[in-house]
Write a protein that binds this ligand. Structure first.
Ligand SMILES: Nc1ncnc2c1ncn2[C@@H]1O[C@H](COP(=O)(O)OP(=O)(O)OP(=O)(O)O)[C@@H](O)[C@H]1O
Length: 377
């Protein structure tokens, strides 16, 4: 999974599928040494994840063309944007990228409408109304940027970037600096948006919960290198990545579909691909809507049979797939479970594992409290 390097000889014709981005980039910044080969698939959200100072912004700047690499190339679909051997360096404004930095950088003297239409492509004009609705900024069109909240300004900046009809959207920590409620709100818009637009998105973040909500793929960066790369669901299952992907708050994801709503108790029933159902706090999506549920490893308990009287609303039939001592908590084991065609993780005390005689292949019931489903989009 790691590395994923595509070494090419100069002059080799190379055409990644659709608008997939392929890059291999080297750059020295002071004492920091960046050397990364990365593929961003042509669809879905790829999270660029790593701790502060790991090189995420530096990599983004090289892809955007804001900085020049010491060596390497950047290709978007069939187009070469940078290639040090061929001496190609397409300037940022000709790369067909939509870029949104942490600060929104709107034109202060233009109203929101003017900010959105600046640089708007012909095809962008046809999408204007839809995009404004999707981002929930219709009521802001006549306002000046100085009067917008941080979250509103970012939604406008994202709209502006998308109206230029880019081939790749780069978002650099779009939620940074927003308070809890604004963060949730913008994340909600971003999830909706990234499901609607047919465009690869490279999403820089150092927040695992945010990534679990929005990303399909993950590139894990450590000290200027690519430490792991692949489908996020797969990487979240890897016990060896627990420390890097959440540690104490590590989680896994379940894909489900809305079945119906119980108005009286404010609960929504969802179904997994193997027809098992879960009850979660009420959602406003209609029946049939696909959703992803983030389940914390500490929010899953195991039983050998479904207990009779329990406050747990959810019991999933599961089979144990792996058990390993937790590198995070000396008293705990990390347990991986198979649930239908999906997988789920639990963190249990070693003592409980021994007393229940948990071994690979043993059928168990995974108990999840309904209120544990905090993030569900
Ligand atoms: N122009 C520069 N000169 C010297 N060092 C630099 C320069 N730009 C970046 N660095 C160093 O390179 C490393 C990577 O920085 P970068 O901003 O890419 O990290 P990051 O992963 O985006 O971090 P954060 O999450 O804090 O934004 C850091 O150690 C930083 O100090």
């Amino acid at each position: 999974m790691s590395g994923n390097a595509h070494h090419s000889t100069p002059g080799e014709t190379h055409a990644p599928a659709g608008n997939a981005l392929e890059c291999r980039l080297r750059k020295r910044l002071g004492t920091f040494d960046l050397d990364i080969a990365l593929t961003v698939p042509a669809s879905g959200v790829t999270a660029l994840f790593g701790e502060s100072g790991s090189g995420k912004t530096s990599l983004l700047r090289l892809i955007a063309g804001l900085d020049r690499p010491a060596g390497g190339y950047v290709r978007l679909g069939e187009r070469t944007l940078s290639d040090t051997q061929q001496k190609i360096h397409v300037p940022i404004h000709r790369r067909q990228l939509g870029i949104v930095f942490q600060e929104a950088r709107l034109f202060p003297h233009y109203r929101v409408r003017g900010n959105l239409t600046y640089g708007m492509s012909r095809s962008g004009r046809a999408r204007f109304d839809d995009l404004v609705a999707l981002l929930g900024i219709g009521h802001l069109l006549e306002r000046l940027p100085g009067t917008l909240s941080g979250g509103e300004a970012r939604r406008v900046a994202i709209g502006r970037a998308l109206l230029t009809q880019p081939r790749l959207l780069l978002l650099d920590e779009p939620l940074t600096g927003l308070d809890g409620e604004r963060k949730r709100e913008l994340l909600h818009y971003l999830v909706r948006l990234t499901r609607e637009i047919d465009l690869p998105v490279l999403y820089v973040s150092h927040d695992t919960a945010e990534i679990a909500t929005i990303a399909d793929h993950l590139a894990l960066i450590e000290q200027g290198r690519l430490a792991a790369h692949g489908q996020l669901d797969e990487l979240m299952m890897r016990l060896d990545l627990t420390e890097r992907l959440g540690g104490f708050d590590a989680a896994t994801r379940l894909n489900a579909r809305v079945v119906d709503h119980d108005q009286a108790y404010s609960l929504t029933r969802v179904v997994l691909d193997d027809d098992q159902t879960l009850r979660i706090p009420a959602l406003d999506q209609p029946p049939g809507t696909p959703i992803r549920l983030r389940v914390g490893v500490r929010d899953v308990a195991l039983a050998l049979a479904m207990p009779g009287d329990t406050s747990y609303r959810n019991g999933l039939m599961a089979v144990i797939d792996a058990i390993e001592p937790s590198t995070h908590e000396p008293s705990a084991n990390e347990v991986r479970l198979i649930v239908g065609r999906q997988r789920l993780r639990a963190r249990l005390t070693r003592q409980a594992c021994d007393e229940m005689q948990l071994v690979i292949g043993k059928p168990v019931v995974a108990l999840i409290r309904s209120v544990a489903f905090g993030s569900r989009f």
